[in-house]
Write a protein that binds this ligand. Sequence first.
Ligand code: ADP
Ligand code: MG
Length: 588
Amino acid sequence: MTEQPLATVTARRSIESLSHDLVGRIAAGEVVERPASVVKELVENSLDAGARRVAIEMSGGLTGLLRVADDGLGIPSDELSLAVQRHATSKIREAGDLDRIGSLGFRGEGLAAIGAVSQMVLASRFVDAESGSKIAVGGGAIGAVTPVARAVGTTVEVRDLFFNTPARRKYLRSASAELRQISQLLQSYALARFDVHFSLGVEGRVSLEFPAVEDFPARARQVLGQERMSRMIPVLIEESDLVLEGFLGAPEDSRIRSGHQVFLLNGRWIGSPLLRTAAREAYGDLIPPSRHPEAVLHLRLPLKDVDVNVHPTKREVRLARERELYPRLIGGMRRVVEDRYPALRLRGPDEERPVTYTPRFGSESRVAEPSLTQALPGILPFPTPPVSSLPEMVEDEAGPVMASMWQAHGTYIFATIMGAVLIIDQHAAHERVLFEQALSRLRGEAAVSQELLFPQVVELTHDELSILLEVSAILEKLGFHLELFGGTSVLVHAIPAGLRAWRHGALLRDVLDHYTDLPTALDVQERVARSVACQGAVKANHKLSLEEMNTLVDQLFATEKPQGDPHGRPVFLRVELSELNRRFGRSG
Ligand code: ADP
Ligand code: MG
């Protein structure tokens, strides 16, 4: 159905400069914004050349050496200097080719763009050639082609990236952040091509390696991990003009970020609002509206239905028939999710209106979500006297003592105090409590941990593990007891006291996500404290007992800033009795 690119000697065309007219039709713009974009261009070139092995290596930090080596077809030595020039490509010839792009590259700009902002060496040996040759490009200046002994394939070495573009160099993020992007790219392409051996070496150590495997599920197990895969729902939708293959996550593994999702289109890693929304819609109210399912989806469409020539980095694509595809994708995925979670079918099997379908999420009730209070005491209840014997509105130095309290809409706590009524946002209040607790632990106060009844293995992605390692010392200070458990798993023995809804470890993943989302300008410790506080705090739409409300309010007023950060949302509103009296026209 789909015309897959065939990289063979006979099918290969020579590299030629594109005509002026054709250059004008190609989406122009910068393709090399960061180290990961260099790797993307190079890996795509390797795959286009039919490589079965692609090895990425990084050493000497971000602006040291970046090398991508492959065993693909190679480049004939008389075409080397063309390869590094702008608008020279072997992949398209004429305007008509733009309508059926089967290769990952086609703009003829990748190598030129990299050579313009680095010291680059391109070495290659063509399959048919006796020996290899290489060419150096420094800041755009192209050197001579010289012979080199090497195996068939191509190696590109990039040194001193952005040496001549200080602005871009300055905006490089930390080595670990850039590395995460590179590793995400590698994992995505590994998912796109299970038949290729991918590896990533960092400072001489193998950081990721995916040997070629038999099929897509086997590759998914390599990348996502056995444990996680065992909970995922396989998707295979085959229709005459579309194939959708992949895996969707269990509802309880839903994420606060969609960044974990991997979408592929005809072997290309893409960002896809279409697939993101369709995957989300497929779950209906099985997951809360603000969350996203885990998803790895490979969509295959006829080449003529896909326009890749939209954005220079080619992560954005345009699909013909998008309107028609959308409901079909939702419908297909929904059937798959329904089969696994029949509760969804309550809606009625014939209600086929997925496009206008809006999630009907009320409480997190469908997904049995064991709150930590069941396994562990959540907000540790203070010993409180029975309701009836509570003192009458008293306020003393230590803060207000609650006479009576109600929870409204599962979200707000109403409390009367001397001369006023307080309306407290339960999530914000708990977050404040946990945040200040975290800060004092980071200042050296001993953490109070809750041992988990059974230590739990939490399977992380490669990226999550790398973030976890970055911040593990801070998490330990806050009260987590973590132990590496082989592969990308960690064994969690204990978590800070007072956190809610551990959700079999999903909480830890949410904390890592939240941490990644916070501005890097913030101090690392503060970022961790904020993520733990926000994710560990009781959510809105969650019923609290009177005891829990009492404890929470007591804890809130024992914090330094019960009102919250001056820049954050307020934690509570105080409505004065005199204001109520005035409004109701009472004198007095
Ligand atoms: P594009 O990929 O858009 O054609 P590039 O500048 O990335 O443009 O590459 C220019 C040309 O160099 C390609 O069309 C291809 O013929 C050749 N080339 C680049 N990298 C490789 C590689 N790893 N193996 C074989 N040929 C390559
Ligand atoms: Mg290219």
